[in-house]
Design a protein around this ligand. Sequence first.
Ligand SMILES: [Zn+2]
Length: 150
Amino acid sequence: MGGMPKSRPGRRSAPRPRTRPVPHSPGAPCPCGLPAAYGDCCGRYHSGHAAAPTAEALMRSRYSAYAVHDAAYVLRTWHPETRPAELDLDHHMRWERLEILATTDGSAFHSEGTVAFRAHYGLRGEHDVMEENSRFVRHDGAWVYVAPLP
Ligand SMILES: [Zn+2]
């Protein structure tokens, strides 16, 4: 995936994560729900050692980044046209489970794709679910999140 491009003034300046990641053991189960250790799954993408090969893999790794509060990863896998200037992750949110409901395209042979998902979380004792059909595109060779589909 490589490093971030040099930051320049204006709207394309580097996004600022406002929260720090919480340590997540490489040997612990990956938050994304695949039967793999974090270090062998989404952790490789978070550390920059590999790039998510499909839109679904990117979606899973972004969910895992929310789970480990890696705001920098969430921002750098967000399309520059739609990503927020900064991102505050709520440390009280406990991301519990991700369900992938459907995908279209988004493979190594595509330049666009969609991933419909359901993310279960707890917040101050309340359980809730977030559901979204997300659009992803390839940007500079890497999958990035664009926006929810209407
Ligand atoms: Zn994972």
